[in-house]
Structure formats: structure tokens, C-alpha cells
Design a binder for this molecule. Structure first.
Ligand SMILES: [Zn+2]
Ligand SMILES: [Zn+2]
Length: 498
């Protein structure tokens, strides 16, 4: 797309017939972007407003004719901007994802501008963004969301720990501050954010709940719809349908957050410690861009990193599970050189014994292993020992079916890599980790794994065993982490009855 400049205005060259001698510019070559004065009386398009509100999109992502878009620009209702800006030191920066790393830009012979054109490799998953492409931003009036007296129709009861955290979160929304909520696995953190969400919606605010995993988006969507039946809610994840109305409550995977700019009056990030959020500066950029500068930010985690704790201005802990029982403390079981055994087609006898004890009771059991290669070996050897099982890993196309079968009790032993460390709740489950000393099992991964056990009030306990060949620092830290939370939980529990 090329522009010509005419009386301090930019006009897409394809819109009118300009003489061949009129200079044409790509968006990134214009001497100025020539913003136009806002003309209040302009009868703007509600559909375009709805589509663009709080977003920064490529021209080609807008399902509207160019003349209509241009009219909105000419009346000050929107602005064209380059997708890749050049900083003062001459280096490129991607306006969509914030990438500034030289090696994450590349050059192609561009189909659109017929020249060599820079594009951003960092956010290519959302569709290629090139230097010649204008991004479009709404600059007209803000979208007005309805105000509600009481948008929350959830009538459940919060545990004392949940209530305490929820009250502080509501206060953070009122005061427009940041709050880190450190909630042990199984404390029921979703219910904790209901009241703060309601607080923001009441005032006509727009709310984003971002989480790293598609599974969680899908799981939370019906729960939030039920809790907030009056508000428009949308769920965005890779492969979800594009939604045209500006939903007031947006549930999105962290990648999808990149499409929003200054859009939200409250941002909640679930599992703030989890991959890929902490791994990826780009997503932190995304969250900062998606919220308005003054918006409150709530972060939820069960296993905060040191860095997160040191950078969070205020913190509230929920040290107790919602049912009030302590977290199961892992036991360590030395099982010799298990890798060497596997090479000899044998499993550690201690693991076999532990699993065999559980077989007659049909206790559901997760066995976590460090890698897919080990997963396959362990699966094969268990069957050889007449211990029925299934194996599942992150790239397994049938993983949802396998987890469903496990949930229904059709299979009571699931061997898995770390994909199941978060989110999956199975009543009565017990957990073994084979090779807990392996470096893939960090303190937080092990805490999350142990957190799978005893989540339901009807079976609040259960065993967690770390089978190892020499215990690691991370194992010791994970156990201390859990014991410390239990001590705090005890104190908190006593306090809340007093
Ligand atoms: Zn980018
Ligand atoms: Zn181009």
C-alpha cells in the first residue's frame, strides 16, 4: 500500500488517479503521518468502531472498504501508523509485539510493495507484518460499555483465604494498583477474581483475563459466562473464531493479547509464572500495551519466582486450600540408577511396588517422567509388567481423549511429561515422579505436580512420591515450599476462626 501527500493529508494511492509524477510513499517513508483534526459531527461507522476499539490491526485485517477507512482518517477518527518503526539509532522496532532484536527481523522481496521489505519474525504467528503495511488505530470516541448494579450472579461461598484475597483485589481495582495473588494449588483462585471483575464491569470497564494455555481459556469460558450472564464475553486463542463485537470481558491466551492496545481497565494474568509468559519479554510488552496506563493489574500464581516477588509492589497469599486441609507433602524415595535399569528393560522395583499396591483399589495415578523418550520406555515396560497404563505428552494429538478416559476412570494410570503439571483436577489422584532429580523438574514444577493431589474436599489427602537417584536442590526446595505454606495455612486457619 502506498500513499500520496495532498494538502497535509495522506491518501492511499489506489483511491484516486494521481499523475505519475506525484511522489508515492510507503507508510514507513512518509515525512509525517499527518493526523487529521477530530470532527465531532462526522457520522462514523459503528461497525468499524466496534471492530477497531482497543486494537491495532493491519489494514488487511479490517473487513471494511478502503474508502470508508480513509473517510474515518480524514475526519480524525483513525490513524495509519507504520508496523515497523525506525528508532533514532536507525534500528527497527515492531509496533505490534515490541521486538527490537535485529536477528528477529528479516527482509523479503515483498509481494505488496514489490521491493525489499523488512518484516518481524517475532510475532509471525499472528500473520506476517511488513514495514510497508500500515497498522490502523482508532482515535475517535471511546466505546461505551453498559454500567451494571451487580453483574455477578455467582452465589457460592468463598473460603476465608479466598475472601481475604478477593477483598484486597477489589480494593486494588478501586485504587488502580497492582496486586500479586499467591494462591496455593487448589485454593480456588478463579472465584477470587469474580468480585474484582464485577467491580470493574460495574463502572463500564473492560476486563482482560489472560492465561498461557488454551485449555484454561476453554475451561474458564463457560464458568465466566455463567458468573457474568449480563456481560458480553469472548474467548480468544489460536484457532478460535474472530469476534466482531468488542466484548467487555475478554479471555485470551497470552499470544492473543498482542492484538490489543490500551484497551483494558482491568487486566488479570493467570499463572503469571508459567511458560511462556516469564520466558518471553514480548508477552510482558503485550500485557503492558493492552492495559491502559492507569489500569489495575492482578497477577495470579501458585509458584512465584524470586524475580516476581521482588518486583511486585503488593502481595496477598492464600496459604490454605479452599477445603482447609493442608497440601500433601512429597516423600522422597531413592530408587537407584533408574536410567541404567531402563536401558536393561527394567523398571525400579520400588516404583513397581508402589504402583502395584494401588492397582486393586483402582486409585487414579499420575506418573511424571522427564522426557518423551523416557515416557515411551516406561509405558512399554509397565505393560510388560502387566500394569495397564496410557502415556500422554504435549504433542500427543489424542491427549484430550486420553485425559478424558483417565477422568472417567476407564484407565487408572497415566504416564505423562510435565504438560499435566497444571490445571488438571482429578479427585482422589496420587502422584509419582520418576527421576525427580532431573533438571526439567524445577521447584515450581514439582510444587505444581504435588498440587494435583488432594484437591477435592471428599479426598483431601493422598501420596506424592518423588522417586530419585540422588535428591536435587529443587526437590528439597519444593518440599520446603509446601511445608512453609502449610505452616502459614495453619496460622491463617487459626486466625480466621478466632
Ligand atoms: Zn512483531
Ligand atoms: Zn512490502
Amino acid at each position: 500500500m502506498e500513499f500520496v501527500i495532498l494538502s497535509r493529508k495522506i491518501i492511499p494511492a489506489s483511491l484516486e488517479s494521481f499523475s505519475l509524477s506525484t511522489p508515492r510513499y510507503r507508510i514507513d517513508e512518509l515525512p509525517s503521518l499527518y493526523p487529521q483534526p477530530f470532527q465531532k459531527s462526522f457520522p462514523f461507522s459503528l461497525e468499524l468502531h466496534a471492530f477497531l476499539t482497543g486494537r491495532l490491526l493491519k489494514r488487511r485485517e479490517l473487513p471494511f472498504p478502503l474508502p470508508l477507512i480513509q473517510q474515518h482518517y480524514e475526519h480524525g477518527f483513525l490513524q495509519y501508523e507504520p508496523a515497523i518503526a525506525i528508532k533514532n539509532d536507525g534500528r527497527p522496532v515492531c509496533k505490534r509485539c515490541g521486538n527490537e532484536k535485529a536477528h528477529l527481523f528479516a527482509t523479503i522481496e515483498c509481494f505488496h510493495c514489490k521491493r525489499d521489505c523488512t518484516y518481524c519474525r517475532s510475532c509471525i504467528k499472528l500473520g506476517r507484518i511488513t514495514a510497508c503495511e500500515p497498522l490502523v488505530r482508532w482515535t475517535g470516541p471511546e466505546w461505551q460499555y453498559p454500567l451494571y448494579d451487580d453483574p455477578l450472579s455467582w452465589t457460592g461461598t468463598l473460603s476465608p483465604g479466598q475472601k481475604h484475597a478477593s477483598d484486597l483485589a477489589v480494593e486494588a481495582v478501586r485504587q488502580q494498583t497492582k496486586l500479586l495473588i499467591w494462591a496455593v494449588c487448589g485454593s480456588g483462585k478463579t472465584e477470587v477474581v469474580f468480585a474484582p471483575i464485577a467491580e470493574a464491569l460495574k463502572k463500564g470497564g473492560r476486563v482482560l483475563l489472560a492465561t498461557p494455555r488454551t485449555d484454561v481459556v476453554k475451561e474458564l469460558f463457560p464458568r465466566l459466562k455463567k458468573a457474568f450472564p449480563v456481560a458480553k464475553i469472548t474467548a480468544l486463542y489460536g484457532g478460535s473464531e474472530e469476534v466482531f463485537h468488542p466484548a467487555q470481558l475478554v479471555l485470551a491466551t497470552t499470544h492473543q493479547v498482542l492484538r490489543f492496545k490500551q484497551a483494558f481497565d482491568l487486566v488479570i494474568i493467570d499463572e503469571v509464572d508459567a511458560f511462556p509468559y516469564t520466558m518471553d519479554k514480548r508477552l510482558q510488552f503485550a500485557v503492558e500495551e493492552a492495559r491502559r496506563a492507569e489500569s489495575p493489574l492482578l497477577s495470579l500464581t501458585a509458584t512465584p519466582s524470586k524475580q516476581l516477588l521482588s518486583t511486585s509492589p503488593s502481595l496477598v497469599k492464600i496459604p490454605l486450600r479452599y477445603h482447609g486441609f493442608p497440601l500433601p507433602v512429597p516423600t522422597f524415595s531413592w530408587c537407584g540408577n533408574w536410567r541404567k535399569r531402563l536401558r536393561k528393560n527394567k523398571l525400579p522395583p520400588k516404583l513397581i511396588q508402589w504402583l502395584t499396591e494401588r492397582q486393586p483399589l483402582k486409585t487414579p495415578v499420575f506418573v511424571f517422567v522427564p522426557s518423551i523418550k523416557i515416557l515411551n520406555e516406561v509405558g512399554r515396560l509397565l505393560l510388560k509388567e502387566n500394569i495397564p497404563c496410557e502415556t500422554v505428552h504435549g504433542e500427543d494429538a489424542t491427549r484430550h481423549e486420553k485425559i478424558e478416559r483417565f477422568r472417567k476412570g476407564e484407565n487408572s494410570l497415566l504416564v505423562t511429561t510435565t504438560i499435566l503439571e497444571r490445571g488438571v483436577t482429578i479427585p482422589n489422584v496420587e502422584v509419582a515422579v520418576l527421576g525427580a532429580e532431573d533438571t526439567v523438574f524445577s521447584e515450581s514444577a514439582l510444587v505444581q505436580i504435588a498440587g494435583r493431589v488432594g484437591r477435592s474436599a471428599s479426598s483431601p489427602s493422598g501420596e506424592v512420591v518423588f522417586f530419585h537417584y540422588g535428591k536435587s536442590d529443587q526437590m528439597v526446595k519444593a518440599r520446603r515450599h509446601i511445608q512453609k505454606m502449610n505452616e502459614e495455612g495453619k496460622r491463617f486457619g487459626l486466625l480466621s476462626i478466632m
